[in-house]
Design a protein around this ligand. Structure first.
Ligand code: PRP
Length: 218
């Protein structure tokens, strides 16, 4: 890593809480970026500092990561491409980190397949209303009623709230255990690194060095 000087400003990373954050920390560690403080799982602290490298890290809810990065509260963020698409923030997407691979799909009971072929007016439940709207309106040219949910979206078709769902499928076991299946695939997903547009210019050297090291590691 670049020589760190006393007057250097901190570069701040916003990481989406959970599995992605753990994977990101493992990857950063491989390129010599560590944050010991963050390894204490019992800590309720929200922000962590590596004084030697002049880096800060914080954990945020996934959908908030692009917001912190757009406003410059974080220079760099790591979040799923699903969230990047849904939030549609002004940030640079700079690197596919290759982990957190899954698919965005239209899912439902097998019997709903027909509803998708005949362009019927159907109800679609999703945590991702923008992605669902873009897929049905702009790609399939099907007018649908989109219902926003905040989780456990598979319940939608089971309890009769919606005909289908638009959701993330990783192993497929949630669908299987609930009698649902993938009806159409929208796009593949993975973890991405995003950068604030001003930071990309003002901190070009430090950020490019991190990106280069990560690319060599992937
Ligand atoms: C996600 C997604 C599916 C499940 C897919 O939910 O919404 O429900 O994981 O994974 P699988 O294909 O491996 O079964 P998450 O665990 O994030 O919780 P949520 O229901 O609160 O969105």
């Amino acid at each position: 890593m670049n020589k760190v000087t006393e007057d250097m400003r901190y570069l701040t990373f916003a990481l989406g809480k959970g599995r992605l954050a753990n994977k990101t920390l493992e990857l950063l560690e491989k390129i010599g970026i560590t944050c010991e403080e963050m390894k204490d799982k019992d800590s309720r602290k929200l922000i962590f500092v590596n004084e030697d490298l002049k880096l800060k890290f914080f954990l945020a809810k996934g959908p908030d990561v692009p917001t912190y990065v757009e406003y410059g509260a974080a220079d760099i963020g790591v979040v799923g491409s699903d969230t990047i698409m849904e939030e549609n923030r002004k940030v640079y997407e700079v690197l596919d980190l290759g982990f957190g691979k899954c698919r965005m799909c239209v899912c439902g009971p097998a019997s709903a397949k027909e509803l998708l072929q005949h362009h019927d007016m159907i109800r679609v439940a999703s945590k991702y209303p923008k992605i669902a709207k873009d897929y049905f309106y702009n790609q399939k040219h099907q007018t649908v009623d989109i219902i926003k949910l905040n989780g456990s979206v598979e319940l939608g078709p089971i309890v009769g709230l919606s005909d289908v769902i638009v959701d993330i499928v990783e192993t497929g076991s949630t669908l299987k255990e609930n009698g649902l299946e993938v009806l159409e695939e929208i796009c593949p997903l993975s973890a991405r690194m995003i950068v604030n547009q001003v930071s990309m210019k003002m901190e070009a050297e430090r950020i490019k060095e991190i990106l280069q090291a990560l690319k060599e590691e992937l």
